[in-house]
Design a protein around this ligand. Sequence first.
Ligand code: PLP
Length: 445
Amino acid sequence: MPNKIDFNKNFPDITESNKLCERSKELIPAFTQTLAKGPTQWIKGIAPKYLIKGKGSHVWDVDGNEYIDYNMGIGPIVLGYCYDKVDEAIRKQLEDGITFSLMHPLEVELAEKIRSVVPNAESVRFSKTGCDATTATVRVSRAFTKREKVLCCGYHGWHDWYISVTDRGAGIPEAVKDLTHTFNYNDIESLIQSIDSDTACVILEPFVFEEEKNNFLKEVQNVCQKNGTLLIFDEMWTGFRIAVGGAQEYFDIVPDLACYSKAIANGMPISVVTGREDIMKLFDKEVFFFTTFGGEALSLAAAMATIDVIKEKNVPEFLSKQGQKLKEGYNQIVNDLDMDFTKCSGYNCRTIISFDAKACNPLYMKSLVQQEMIKRGILWGGFHNMCFSHSDTDVEYTLKAYRDVLPILKKAVNVGDVKGYLKGEPVEPVFRKTGNFNVKPKTVS
Ligand SMILES: Cc1ncc(COP(=O)(O)O)c(C=O)c1O
C-alpha cells in the first residue's frame, strides 16, 4: 500500500521512482532539467524522484505515495496544482489553438492587465523562461546606457552573463566573465565599491530570505540614479507573491526594469519584462528579443486567470498568513525543545529552515529532517514555498509532524551521530550563490 499523509509506519516504497532514474542514467545528464528537482537535493534511497500528479497542495509520486508539497514546482504553483479556474482557461484556449502564425489578442489583454498591477509596467514584453527575461533586461540596459558592465545580487539563471561569475562557468569566454561582478545584500558599501562609469545595470532579487535593512533597496536605487545606471528587480520569486505587483509594490520602489516568471501562470511557462517605456522601446528594433513561443496562447490564458485569482482573493495576504503560522510554529517547537541550532526565517510567503554547523554538518541535519518528514507524507526540501491551497489542515498537520520529527534530530545531535540516523546518502549543497563571490577587485590607487 502506498503511503498517505500520515504518521506512516514505513518509509515510502519508491521502486518505480528508482527504476525510472536507472533508465535515465547516462541518457539524461544530471538526470534533471531543473537542478532543484534533481536527485542531488533529496536523500537517496528514501525520497521519491518522480511525481505524476498534483491537486491543490498535494502531490502523488510515481509509486502512488501522497505528500503535502512545500516546493510548489520550485515556485510556479502559486494557487495550487490543477487549480480549476486556471485549468478551465487553459482548456478553453486549447479548443481554439496553442501557437498561431500571427499575434494573439491575449498578448494585448495580458499586457494591459500587467500594466494595471505592476507599478513600473509602462511597457510589457513576454517570453518563456526567467532567463529570457533577465538576459533581455541586461541587454537592453547595455544598449540604453551604452555601457557594458553588470552588477548583480542573487541568482539570475543559466545564461552566460550571470552564470560565468559562479564556479559553474565552464564553456564561457573569459571576456564575458570580466563584465559581471556581484555585490552583497544589505551591504550598500559593496555596491558603492563596485559601481563605475561603465556599469550599465544593477540587477538584484529584492529579497531572498534575509530581511531588508536600513532602506537598502532605496539606497541601491539612489546609488544607481547618481551613477546613471539602470536598476533591475529580478522578481522571479517575489513577483505576484509578496504583493500582486511584486516587491516594487511592497517596498514602494519603482525600478527601471523588472523581470517576472514563476508565479504568474500557476505552472505554465511564461516570463515577463516590464519597465520604462523609453528603455523598453529599444526592443522595437535595436535590441533583438523575439522567440517562437513568446506569444503561446495557453500560457497567456493561464496568466490572465492566475492574476485575476491572485487579485480577487488577495492571495499574497493568504500566503503570508499561512507561511507565518509555519514559521512561528516551527520556531516555537525548536524553542520548546531547546534546539537553538535550527530556525525558520524569511518573508512569510517563502521561508527557509536552516541548521547551524555548530551542532553538526547542516546537510546531515537537513537530510534527517527531510527523511523523517517524507515518511510522514510531507515533500520537504527545507523551504515553505506557500501556495493558495495550503489549508489550515495542511499547516496543522505539518506542525504536528515537526513536533514528531524534531525530537529525533535533537536526539541524533545529542548523541553526536546524525549521519548514523540517515537511511540513505545525504543531500548535496544547494547551488545558489547569492553573496561574496566574484566581487569586483578593488582598484588600488
Ligand atoms: C531569482 C531568479 N532569477 C532567474 C531565474 C531563472 O529562471 P528560469 O530557471 O526560469 O530560467 C530563477 C530560477 O530559479 C530565479 O530564481
